[in-house]
Design a protein around this ligand. Structure first.
Ligand SMILES: [Zn+2]
Length: 198
């Protein structure tokens, strides 16, 4: 014989908001403001006992993403210190950064090795930036038309006097010693200029 649960006289006594937020925040390492919302959802309105009891928590996910059709470009860059372009098999237009299909005629492309030399097509000199920039060092950020391509590649041009950069300036790709498969694995240096001091 079962007794029916009678909650009629129960007094609703939720936790103290500030204390709950502080405790949960330090337990799972999430900002108090995010947990304040969780508190509101759980406690501002009284739930039925049978409703799912939800506990804020954090899930750390390790995963891999793929460069897909651009994989060869990044393998050549990381593992061999080479720059590849992609030439359209229909209209012969050559891209770098590469693309699997031509943006002009949708034809398939094939890989071509580039020398890494080219000319500045357009640029801007960055005097103030994020912590990624070397302290107090201006950076030339340029669109470079690499020799053998019909397109432009965006990268930094390392030069000790960034005020001397100009459109048409000859540049050459330099590959970092430690490459991780990112476009930042290389940068350009300008003909006649030393790289910026570290
Ligand atoms: Zn094409």
């Amino acid at each position: 014989m079962s007794k029916k649960l009678n909650t009629k006289d129960w007094i609703y006594n939720p936790p103290n908001r500030a204390k709950w937020v502080e405790t949960e925040s330090s337990r799972i390492g999430v900002s108090p403001s995010a947990l304040d919302k969780a508190f509101a959802e759980e406690f501002e309105k009284k739930h039925d006992l049978e409703e799912p009891f939800e506990v804020p928590d954090v899930m750390k996910v390790t995963y891999k993403y793929s460069y897909g059709g651009q994989s060869a470009f990044f393998r050549a860059l990381r593992d061999y210190g080479k720059l590849l372009g992609a030439t359209c098999t229909k209209c012969n237009f050559t891209y770098c950064p590469p693309r699997k299909n031509c943006s002009k005629c949708y034809g398939d492309t094939e890989w071509v090795e580039l020398l890494g030399t080219g000319k500045i097509e357009s640029f801007t000199t960055v005097y103030r930036g994020t912590s990624m920039l070397k302290k107090g060092q201006a950076v030339v950020c340029a669109y470079v038309k690499l020799d053998g391509t019909d397109f432009v590649t965006l990268s930094n041009v390392e030069m000790d006097d960034p005020s001397k950069a100009f459109v048409g300036m000859k540049v050459k790709a330099v590959f970092k010693d430690e490459r991780i498969g990112r476009v930042s694995d290389f940068y350009f240096t300008a003909e006649g200029f030393a790289p910026a001091k570290p």
